[in-house]
Ligand binder design. Structure first.
Ligand code: AMP
Length: 239
């Protein structure tokens, strides 16, 4: 992590780094820790995280027309059509908190979404282009992370029954509530999500790699070390 970024964390102010973060796409297979890293970067840079998975789950929970369409598709581990996701993101990007940048978590996932976003940003003279950082973790490690994941429905604390279990089986340490498993965190759905990830997201990686706006970081390390690697990669790509 750069000295300027460290200073910002310690002082609790916005980053003093000369690097304006702009739109940052975090890439990685399901379960690599995109959401966790996004939250680290949000704290560091004071910019919002935009997770299309979270936005879609909120739509499902609220029973919106989008949520009704998305629910079954998500339950099968498939991707929601680009047009629906793009429109949802377009509405989110109108919020003023996105002015200095934002962490994109789970979007764009397809070449169609990437082209849509790049085109939209290119049409705004003040907007920086997307830089993409991919978090790498091997397949078996990922399977344990996904199928072992449980979360508290009250405080949202995330556990893993293999790597970070609660003190008492199935019970949240903080709230005492029964832990739940996301409906799409089974091995069967994981395999389908990996297949969809590899088939559809590989072109997104190639797209940003060809544009010279792509970097990889090793995701099998402590959270803070991975975050520092992402910060360094973004600073390098923005130069
Ligand atoms: P996530 O929480 O990012 O793993 O997303 C959970 C599910 O939401 C995915 O398996 C997809 O069904 C759907 N989803 C999230 N983001 C997108 C996206 N950018 N494009 C299409 N579907 C998405």
């Amino acid at each position: 992590m750069s000295l300027s970024a460290m200073t910002s964390v310690e002082s609790g102010r916005e980053t003093e780094s000369e690097t304006v973060p702009g739109p940052i796409l975090l890439l990685g297979a399901p379960g690599v820790g995109k959401g966790t890293q996004a939250k680290e970067l949000v704290k560091l840079w004071g910019i919002p995280q935009i997770s299309t998975g979270d936005l879609l789950r909120a739509n499902v929970a609220q029973g919106t027309p989008l949520g009704k369409v998305a629910k079954e598709i998500m339950g099968r581990g498939e991707l929601v059509p680009d047009s629906l996701v793009n429109e949802m993101v377009a509405i989110r990007l109108l919020e003023p908190d996105t002015a200095r940048g934002y962490i994109l978590d789970g979007f764009p996932r397809t070449l169609g979404q990437a082209n849509w976003l790049d085109g939209r940003l290119a049409a705004q003279p003040e907007a920086l282009p997307v830089v993409a950082v991919s978090i790498q973790v091997n397949y078996n490690q990922l399977l344990r992370r996904i199928t072992g994941r449980r979360n508290c429905p009250v405080c949202q604390t995330i556990y893993n029954i293999y790597m970070n279990p609660p003190k008492q089986d199935g019970i949240c340490d903080v709230e005492g509530a029964a832990l739940v498993q996301r409906a799409d965190d089974t091995e069967e759905v994981f395999k389908e999500r990996m297949r969809a990830y590899e088939a559809l997201t590989a072109p997104v990686v190639e797209h940003y790699r060809e544009l010279g706006r792509f970097a990889e970081v090793d995701g099998d390390r402590p959270i803070g070390v991975i975050a520092a690697g992402i910060v360094a990669a973004v600073e390098r790509l923005r130069k």
